[in-house]
Design a protein around this ligand. Structure first.
Ligand SMILES: Cc1ncc(COP(=O)(O)O)c(C=O)c1O
Length: 371
């Protein structure tokens, strides 16, 4: 059996009539950037967040602003919060590089606080301990589809930007991630829980002033008057084709999230020999990634064993972000010992809604056979 780590053809086959019709409607409308599809997606994704969690961190209901990708979403949300050159932003080393890259993109300094050993998410107490006079924001990342233990952070008085690139649909104590902090960002990279067929991202916030600022910043800082620029904004827009695809996929999101949970349950029942990922009492996971652990030596050998048997795996992430060569100038290499140790032990097994029970059983069999 060959089971790639990620695969999109079966998803397209399942949704083909709807996706083809959506694409055709954009081509026929002949309008490709900042049009009706983008507006409708912003409203529909906002409604999905609001129905799931009517009380939003900033008050009111969530406004959603479509942007070009999840990295820009973070950079623009930080700019809207007033974060800039030389300001400090506390975040986690166990994330994709773009979380840190977005902070650097606006000249701010990521300050890495170590993770919790059980979830590999940002440890809120360690984040609080890093707060100093230059701290302007905290960016917890709801990693692998788990909610960060946000409680202590929401009380600390520093604006919280939730990085929800991996957590569409994940709940913290019953409320949807992305509705808890001052502002939140999403990625719609194809592998995400809600994925486009190209790049895409969004910012969500319950604060109308922040929403207006992001809306302007993503379109060169334009105000309500065409060709009048109120700030030095950028070009970062969700295009009409991606918005139309996302509208189709949003209609199927709850079903696909339920399928992710079914597959994770199946893994839990069948896997032997590896340490299984946890689901804490404060998090309702969506299993964006299914990350098992073993010793560093066995991790690498297991990966090789699975490759030889047709099973694609990945490591999220082999290098904690505070150790990236690009960020060596920050001098924070040795600040996160838990992330260092766990990066050597983790392995992501395939998990996407289109996988069959038989495929999960095959993967589990190969893992068990290895041990
Ligand atoms: C946690 C996290 N933050 C941010 C991003 C950036 O998103 P994008 O690839 O859409 O720029 C990603 C995805 O790669 C991610 O996993």
């Amino acid at each position: 059996m060959t089971i790639p780590f990620a695969e999109f053809k079966s998803q397209y086959a399942a949704l083909k009539p709807e996706l083809d019709a959506a694409l055709q409607s954009v081509l026929e409308a002949g309008w490709f950037v900042l049009g009706e599809q983008g507006k409708a997606f912003e409203q529909e994704f906002g409604a999905w967040l609001n129905i799931g969690s009517p009380v939003i961190g900033g008050g009111g209901g969530a406004s959603v602003i479509g942007v070009a990708n999840g990295t820009d979403a973070i950079a623009l949300a930080l700019r809207a919060l007033g974060v800039g050159q030389g300001d400090e932003v506390i975040t986690t080393p166990m994330t994709a590089f773009p979380t840190a890259a977005a902070i650097r993109q606006i000249g701010a300094i990521p300050v890495f606080a170590d993770v919790q050993a059980d979830t590999l998410c940002l440890d809120p107490q360690k984040a609080l301990a890093k707060i100093g006079p230059k701290t302007k924001a905290i960016v917890p990342v709801h990693l692998y589809g788990q909610a960060v233990d946000l409680g202590p952070l929401l009380e600390c008085g520093i604006p919280i930007l939730e990085d929800c690139a991996q957590s569409h649909g994940t709940r913290w104590r019953g409320q949807l991630t992305g509705t808890l902090g001052k502002i939140a960002t999403f990625s719609f990279y194809p592998t995400k829980n809600l994925g486009a067929y190209g790049d895409g991202g969004a910012v969500a916030t319950g604060d109308p002033a922040l929403a207006a600022m992001v809306r302007s910043l993503r379109n060169y800082g334009e105000g309500t008057q065409r060709y009048e620029h109120l700030s030095e904004g950028v070009n970062s827009r969700l295009d009409e084709i991606q918005a139309a695809i996302l509208r189709v996929k949003l209609r199927h999101l709850d079903v696909s999230l339920a399928r992710r949970r079914e597959l994770a349950t199946l893994y839990r029942q069948l896997l032997r020999g590896v340490e299984l990922p946890v689901e804490t009492d404060y998090s309702h996971n969506t299993w964006h990634l299914y990350v098992v652990r073993t010793t560093p030596e066995k991790r690498n050998a297991l990966r090789q064993h699975l490759t030889e048997r047709g099973v694609g795996t990945q490591i999220h992430y082999p290098i904690p972000q505070n150790r990236q060569p690009a960020l060596a100038h920050l001098g924070q290499q040795d600040t996160c010992p838990i992330a260092d140790a766990e990066a050597e032990r983790i392995l992501s097994l395939p998990l996407y809604p289109e996988l069959t029970d038989e495929q999960i059983a095959y993967i589990a069999e190969q893992v068990t056979a290895f041990f």
